[in-house]
Write a protein that binds this ligand. Structure first.
Ligand SMILES: Cc1ncc(COP(=O)(O)O)c(C=O)c1O
Length: 433
């Protein structure tokens, strides 16, 4: 090329959750054994069947001519009115339909959010980090992600001292991100923690982003509270979507809610730039937006979600009972979403450790392991040796912590237990090798 056409942030765009798929496919072919996919948070791909009544609403809605049309840029009026009404009924900050902006999936919303931020403005996010946030933030600033620690020794509580220190050290930090319930840890931020984060934002004149895509999948008794309940007068953005809830990830439908646009001119201008940027794309997909209030207002919706979260809780209880017996790892029960994160204690992983695998695979797996972190080594050995595909924390979640994430999505309880038992045995064998 006459001119370098590669964006300076191009190397920052990484999504190990899907990148490992190619390696897994190779392993499946070489071993003639199916892969146990524990890497992707797609309930439908993992075998959960969306309820018949939701499918009927989608089918009936698809018969309407209007769903073939564009929708307004911000999203369908009736859908935004429904969301604003529901939000306001919960108490906390009150919003109008104009404070809501739809995207083609929350991933698209995240991408717009960082892309339209000044390249000099940084967002401080959690470590471990959901990679769509950390990669998009890193690519927009062309710098490594700026993170605060979620502490595995304290049940994944955010380290607020570390957070404040980073805010003081990096004067370019303009916002703080929380993911609540969190991916990959399943941690639900207690209301007093969110309040403390909002207080820091107020003190240092920052805005707060709360990714709440799993908020309706918080477990009973988790104490889940949304950012809206404590945002006070601080500028904020909450992010929601239907991918995990309905579950309908293929619909590509998510939205953001702006809080306190009137409290800060610069924040309001930024919010308008997000709307302008969406306007250039015309709008987001119409069908799921039309379906949304019909599904969410149905009397069967919340009982259906409760059935699912109870199942995830049972899966988590089993995984905890097995993995907590291994002294070399730290494991906590999640309080929401459908992931669990297993952390290796400091010093237990070594370059020399391995698991047995088909001899034909050794060279292939070895070619992927030069210079990689030790948790990724474990994950690749686990995959090659057992066919179980999980995601390493270091490369998958931009983390300084060594560990891996697996899902609680397997609908078949016996199969889930078997997978957890295989993982547990592999950890013990790997560490003892
Ligand atoms: C925390 C979090 N935010 C956003 C997304 C993206 O969701 P969507 O399917 O709406 O793009 C995901 C998907 O896994 C997620 O885990």
């Amino acid at each position: 090329m006459r001119v370098n056409i590669v964006h300076p942030g191009a190397d920052k765009l990484r999504y190990e959750i899907r990148e490992i798929v190619e390696v897994a496919k190779y392993v499946a072919k070489a071993t003639s054994r199916p892969i146990v996919w524990e890497n992707i948070g797609d309930p439908v791909a993992k075998g959960e069947i969306p309820p018949a009544w939701i499918k009927k609403i989608v089918r009936d809605t698809a018969k309407e001519d209007s769903i073939f049309a564009y929708s307004p840029t911000k999203g369908l009026d009736e859908t935004r009115a429904y969301i604003a009404r529901e939000r306001n009924l919960e108490g906390g900050i009150q919003i109008t339909p104009d404070d809501i902006l739809f995207f083609n999936g929350l991933g698209d919303g995240i991408s717009h959010l960082y892309r339209n931020l000044s390249p000099h403005a940084r967002v401080l996010g959690p470590d471990p980090a959901y990679p769509t946030h950390s990669s998009a933030e890193s690519a927009h600033s062309n710098k490594p992600p700026l993170t605060y620690r979620l502490d595995p020794e304290k049940e994944w509580q955010p380290d607020l001292t570390d957070m404040e220190k980073k805010i003081q050290e990096h004067r370019d930090i303009a916002g703080i991100l929380i993911v609540n319930p969190d991916n990959p840890t399943g941690f639900v931020h207690p209301q007093k923690t969110i309040r403390a984060i909002v207080a820091l934002a107020k003190k240092y004149k920052l805005f707060v982003i709360s990714d709440e895509i799993y908020s309706n999948l918080a477990y009973e008794g988790s104490g889940m509270r949304k950012l809206a309940s404590v945002i006070d007068g601080v500028p904020g953005i909450a992010m929601r979507g239907i991918s995990k809830e309905f579950p309908w990830p293929g619909a590509r439908c998510g939205w953001i809610e702006f809080y306190n646009r009137d409290k800060d001119k610069n924040f309001d201008r930024y919010a308008r730039s997000l709307v302008d940027s969406k306007t250039l794309e015309v709008c987001s997909t119409t069908l799921p937006q039309r379906v949304l209030p019909r599904v969410m207002s149905d009397a069967r919706y919340y009982p259906y979600l409760a059935t699912r979260t109870r199942r995830y809780e049972r899966r988590a209880a089993y995984a905890y009972s097995v993995l907590s017996c291994i002294p070399s790892v730290i494991i906590h029960k999640p309080q929401g979403a459908f992931y669990m994160t297993c952390v290796f204690r400091k010093g237990v992983l070594k370059e020399s450790q391995s698991l047995t695998m088909k001899s034909g695979l050794k060279k292939y797996i070895g070619s992927h392991l030069a210079g990689v972190s030790l948790d990724k080594r474990f994950v690749y050995y686990l995959l090659a040796s057992t066919g179980v595909c999980v995601v390493p924390l270091s490369s998958g979640f931009n983390s300084s912590i060594q560990g891996f994430r697996f899902t609680l999505l397997e609908p078949n309880e016996t199969r889930f237990k078997k997978t957890v038992d295989i993982i547990a045995r592999a950890i013990s064998d790997f560490i003892a090798s």
